[in-house]
Ligand binder design. Structure first.
Ligand code: 26W
Length: 821
């Protein structure tokens, strides 16, 4: 299709001109990074027109909008994705080809904006893509970290963290907006004043430190609809730079302090996933971006409306986990102290504006700030939380007279802590989990008391992913094939149409084509692995993949123990029939998570031994892909045969990688956890490999102090053998201590609060059986192809477009906007 906005000659001219004005070079002289910049600026030019048009439309129609507040946005690269969403990828590729520029090569020059850890951050990015594609007004609000997720190097099998200086060459897509800068204050004390006229109380913060929050806007391009929303991420600058005139030049000390605060506050993303560390700087980050975003949201509203008590009619705030929950109290502060509303009025607005999504039931992920820290850093906000808590406790008493147990369990302030989840639930008008099972566990276990008290707030929104990035961009061969087979491109905005592929499960030629595409994607990944890891893998082997953050509950340890078991089998019975298998891992461990790092080391150690053992004829290969991130993830999903989703049942809130694999035609081996439950429901149990304890069984064991892994160790010789191999030096050049802690974590109650907390040994046999079925199923090429194709065909439910539409219908109630150019 001819796209007039990317008229070839004009576009080429623009690129040439950009190379000249930006770098004083010709296209021939420019290096790849410079070409990336020049092309990106040319693309941005076109985006800006749509961005302006969208803004104008919003100004005219005044739709209700959502502010999606998140500490993390794992955007991935923008250039390719923007071209796809502007339906200009092919044309631009052609134009660049004619200039001797390779689009793929310059795409590879773009740093992967990694302002997030894992699932929660990537979900935020998928949601912005869907919101914009569906034509709804949305702002993503976050932090412009100077350093995003660390870059991972593997040296000697160990993870090394390197800083991710993603802004070092500048970012062509960002726009600094100093006109929207906002002051954010920390610390000091609160002085109560009485208004001379009315006698009302006024609260003034004194002796505080402050920084200037300066927003940078990133365009979020909708698919083929000219809608462009904004991701607004905040940088911190010292106020003195902003207000040179009012700055008291004598106060050098204050200037230095401001410099330091500004620099440290946005310096780096905390690389913890599902683990709360209680760091003061993290709380500063939270308040910093929440306060700035809210100040601007209220200002924006007031520019065109005069009744602040109707704020909720025009905006809603979604809190992505508890990380931005201070928004509740900050909005109250603005309404009370700056807008002069009374408590009840302010509370009415706040509780109709804020909504909360829970993403985890892992106890160690729950944010509970020490009261002394919290009240020192945010004195006024803390006062407000005290009042929210006081009133909530009255409500508990009214509903459950004399029941102190309820107060103890639900209070916001308790045991010297501010419990952020409680605050979010009390103030939120909606509380949602991210998969059906997860929401049920919240209602019946974790948040049971809250659910009983306010059942109407609770709802489920099963996660989703965007097919624009994870099929169109990541797997264009399959994308084109799908379009050809179902005879329409409409699946790009309506993934339910994928069901049109179902009849092809009976069409041999189609199945062969499907597997041929998978093979090509496996070759592409094999080349990547060769280039980046120096390991030769056979694309004809089964690609069995586990890529996700490293966490004990995700059980990468179960996977690698099973690989050790297979290796033992192959060594002992060289004659057994065994379909060649490549086990692919990719995972970052939080820098301070020692045990997770040991697991990475173990995987690499097993790889070293197994990959170099000629006697098994290359039947087993193990690869640890360095620096797993959004950009290489796209290729990995496209190339996978088997998707490892093996978390301890009840622990993985949803998972979203599972959906990306399914979309790309991989079969799931997994537990009945998170969204796996719904994946299996859609595709049929016969097209997946489900094993292991159920969440009810796990929860039941947990309530009775766990189980005894020694029973399994003593009765199953295969298990005993691999567990012993952790401490007999097999994978540690004879060192018996290297993996002692992992060994202890499985068997020894002292080393963790319970032995084998994550039921690895308990589920081992079932996992090995399921894996055996995988090997057998793969041998029947046609039947495997059918299963793989049905996974792609049945993935419709897992589009983030569906998820977002549900958020809009049930929670946000936004108005749709259409742009006709
Ligand atoms: C305070 C430390 C901290 C940091 C990050 C606690 C919790 C988190 C996140 C909630 C962790 C996270 O990314 N959770 C994942 O969210 C995904 C999107 O909903 C789910 O698919 C994953 O199952 C869940 O682990």
């Amino acid at each position: 299709m001819y796209n007039p906005r990317f008229e070839k000659n004009a576009f080429k001219k623009e690129v040439e001109n950009n190379v000249k004005t930006l770098f004083r070079k010709t296209v021939e002289e420019a290096n790849q990074q410079q070409l990336f910049q020049a092309v990106s600026y040319a693309v941005k030019e076109v985006i800006i027109d749509d961005w302006l048009a969208t803004q104008k439309k919003y100004d005219e129609e005044d739709p209700k909008m959502v502010y999606y507040m998140s500490m993390e946005f794992l955007m991935g690269r923008a250039l390719g994705n923007n071209l796809i969403n502007m339906t200009a990828y092919t044309e631009v590729k052609e134009a660049l080809d004619e200039m001797g520029i390779n689009l793929n090569a310059i795409e590879d020059q773009e740093p992967d904006p990694a302002l997030g850890n894992g699932g929660l951050g990537r979900l935020a990015a998928c949601f912005l893509d869907s919101l914009t594609t569906l034509g709804y007004a949305a702002y993503g609000c976050g932090i412009r970290y100077r350093y995003g997720m660390f870059k991972q190097k593997i040296e000697d099998g160990c993870q090394i963290e390197m800083p991710d200086n993603w802004l070092k060459d500048g970012n062509p897509f960002e726009l600094r907006r100093p006109e929207y800068a906002k002051e954010v204050r920390f610390g000091g004390n609160i002085r109560v004043q009485y208004d001379d006229v009315t006698g009302e109380m006024r609260f003034a913060q004194e002796n505080y430190e402050s920084v200037m929050a300066v927003p940078y806007d990133y365009p979020i391009v909708g698919y083929n609809n000219h809608v462009v929303n904004t991701l607004r991420i905040w940088d911190a600058e010292p106020i003195v730079d902003f207000e040179l005139n009012s700055f008291d030049r004598g106060d050098y000390h204050k200037a230095v302090e401001q410099q330091n605060l500004a620099k440290t506050i946005v310096e780096v993303l905390y690389p913890n996933d599902n683990h709360y560390a209680g760091k003061e700087l993290r709380l500063k980050q939270q308040y910093f971006f929440v306060s700035a975003s809210l100040q601007e949201a209220v200002d924006k509203y007031k520019r065109t409306h005069d009744d602040i008590t109707k704020l909720y009619e025009k905006m809603t705030i979604q809190m992505n986990d508890t990380h931005p929950t201070v928004a509740v109290a900050e909005l109250m502060r603005i309404l009370l102290d700056e807008e002069g509303l009374g408590w009840n009025e302010a509370w009415n607005v706040t509780t109709k504006t804020c909504a909360y999504t829970n993403h985890t039931i892992m106890a160690e992920a729950l944010e509970k700030w020490p009261i002394d820290l919290f009240s020192r850093l945010l004195p006024r906000v803390y006062q407000i939380i005290q009042e929210i808590d006081r009133r909530f406790i009255l409500q508990i008493h009214a509903q459950y007279p004399g029941n102190e147990e309820k107060v103890r369990k639900m209070a916001i302030l308790r045991d010297g802590q501010v419990k952020m989840a409680h605050l979010a639930i009390v103030a939120g008008y909606s509380v949602n989990g991210v998969a059906r099972l997860h929401t049920e566990i919240l209602k019946n276990q974790e948040l049971k008391d809250f659910y009983q008290m306010m059942p109407d707030k609770f709802n489920n929104k099963t996660n989703g992913i965007t097919q624009r990035r994870f099929l169109m961009h990541g797997n264009h061969l399959l994308a084109d094939w799908v379009t050809e087979k179902i005879g329409t491109k409409d699946w790009i905005t309506d993934l339910s149409l994928m069901k049109g592929l179902k009849p092809l499960a009976e069409d041999k030629a189609a199945l062969e084509e499907f597997m041929q595409i998978k093979f090509k994607n496996k070759e592409r990944l094999a080349a990547y692995i060769k280039e980046h890891n120096g390991v030769e893998v056979d694309p004809r082997s089964i690609f069995d993949v586990q890529v996700k953050r490293l966490h004990e509950y995700k059980r990468q340890l179960l996977n690698i123990l099973h690989v050790m078991y297979l290796y033992n089998q192959l060594k002992e019975h060289p004659e057994i029939e065994f379909y060649p298998r490549t086990f692919i891992f990719g995972a970052k461990a939080s820098a301070g998570y020692i045990r997770a790092k040991q697991i990475i080391k173990l995987i690499n150690s097993v790889a070293e031994v197994v990959n170099n053992d000629q006697s098994i004829n290359g039947k087993l290969k193990i690869v640890f892909i360095e620096d797993y991130r959004v950009s290489n993830a796209e290729w990995i999903f496209a190339a996978a045969d088997v998707s490892e989703q093996i978390s301890t049942a009840s622990k993985e809130a949803s998972g979203t990688g599972n959906m990306k694999f399914m979309l790309n035609g991989a079969l799931t081996i997994g537990t009945m956890d998170g969204a796996n439950v719904e994946i299996v429901e859609e595709v049929g149990e016969e097209n997946a490999f489900i094993f292991g304890l159920s969440s009810d069984e796990v929860i039941n064991y947990e309530q009775h102090g766990g189980y005894n892994p020694m029973d399994i160790y003593n009765s199953d010789p295969d298990v005993r053998r691999v567990v012993d191999q952790l401490v007999d030096g097999t994978y540690a050049h004879g060192n018996r201590e290297m993996y002692r802690d992992l060994y202890n974590s499985l068997l020894n109650t002292k080393s963790s609060s319970r032995a084998d907390m994550y039921f690895i040994l308990k589920d081992f046999r079932a996992y090995a059986e399921a894996q055996k079925k995988v090997g057998e199923a793969y041998k029947d090429t046609e039947s495997w192809a059918k299963k793989a194709l049905l996974n792609t065909a049945c993935c419709g439910k897992f589009s983030s477009d569906r998820t977002i539409q549900e958020y809009i219908d049930d929670i946000w109630k936004l108005d749709k906007v259409e742009i006709n150019l």
